[in-house]
Design a protein around this ligand. Structure first.
Ligand code: NAP
Length: 296
């Protein structure tokens, strides 16, 4: 593995987060090649000086580092398998998807078997911080690879929190799951309070005004409530279908650790119902709709 600073990077997965991260990498002066399963979503990146590749292999060929921002661990594994023949031994793989612990174990085994240096680097922050290059990068991996990948972290984030030397140990993914358990709990709390207000005939603005500025207020409560009250769930910052995936990763990790999480399990079920009602591609504030039988 080269310890020199990364100057070229392949971004695999240009969804909500990956596209924004790719743009910031290019803005920071890195040579960026991007690939996305649905090519049309990657094409606008060409206007930002990014080379849009036809295959994962074409994207990673000759790149110092590979950044994956795919839906989950199995998707990341499939894409890396497709890229494998074109990956130089020792390439640094900055794995940013929320993969969960089982997913990460599979990715780490793949990295090991293919002579890649894995940095487990899930991120904190949603669409807006991703667009602003203000994510918090949680990273576990060898020090020299982290140093080499520093230009990547600096371009996509405002802070990097290094939590371990060994990606496979899962320290970064475990922290990400704890953070997301909080994020999802707050999301459901806001959604259920607004659903209850609706059911009881309470003006939701009165609820938000009553807590405003006090210890029970939260910017996140106000932001998610506005999305619901202003019918602005599309485009999503964090899609309901993705949130259901993350909720299940949290529940699975808790079960494996012998920790009972009632709220997380109930939250996964709310997201499942909202997805079944057709809200999967809307912002996860759509948890709200799981409180009602018919579309609202
Ligand atoms: P997204 O917009 O839904 O993007 C998902 C990406 O994965 C797309 O590029 C999609 O390709 C690709 N993909 C899905 N299944 C695939 C498969 N089987 N093979 C190849 N590509 C596949 O999601 P996102 O919000 O950017 O999230 C990406 C990752 O970041 C997830 O792990 C999520 O949990 C995590 N994350 C999200 C947020 C957030 O607020 N949004 C914050 C932190 C972390 P297509 O375009 O072809 O569908």
């Amino acid at each position: 593995m080269s310890a020199s600073r990364t100057s070229s990077v392949a971004v695999l997965g240009t969804g909500i987060m990956g596209a924004a991260m790719a743009r910031n990498l290019a803005r920071a002066g890195l040579d960026v090649r991007a690939w996305n399963r649905t090519r049309a979503k990657a094409e606008p990146l060409a206007a930002h000086g990014i080379t849009v590749a036809d295959s994962p292999g074409a994207a990673v060929r000759g790149a110092d580092a590979v950044l994956t921002m795919l839906h989950d661990g199995p998707a990341a594994l499939d894409v890396l398998r497709a890229a494998a023949p074109d990956l130089a031994p020792g390439t640094v793989w900055v794995q940013c998807s929320t993969a969960g612990l089982e997913g990460l174990a599979e990715l780490a085994a793949f990295a090991d078997g293919n002579d890649l240096v894995l940095l487990d680097a899930p991120v904190l922050g949603t669409r807006q911080p991703a667009e602003a290059g203000e994510l918090v990068v949680l990273v576990a991996g060898p020090q020299d690879a982290c140093r080499a990948a520093a230009p990547v972290f600096e371009a996509v984030g405002s802070r990097t929190l290094r939590v371990g030397d060994d990606a496979a140990d899962g320290a970064a993914t475990r922290l990400k799951l704890v953070i997301n358990s909080w994020v999802l709990t707050v999301t459901h709390g806001a959604a259920e309070a607004l659903a209850l207000a609706r059911g009881l005939g309470v003006d939701p603005e009165h609820f938000l005004e009553a807590v405003a500025g006090g210890p029970l207020d939260l910017p996140y409560l106000q932001a998610k409530s506005r999305l619901l009250l202003e019918n602005a769930l599309t485009p999503p910052s964090f899609a309901t279908a993705t949130a259901e995936k993350d909720a299940r990763l949290i529940v699975a990790a808790a079960e494996a650790a012998g920790v009972r999480l009632d709220v997380a399990a109930a939250g996964a079920e709310r997201f499942r119902r909202a997805v079944a009602q057709g809200h999967g591609e809307q912002d996860m504030a759509a948890s709200y709709f799981a409180s009602f039988g018919a579309p609202h």
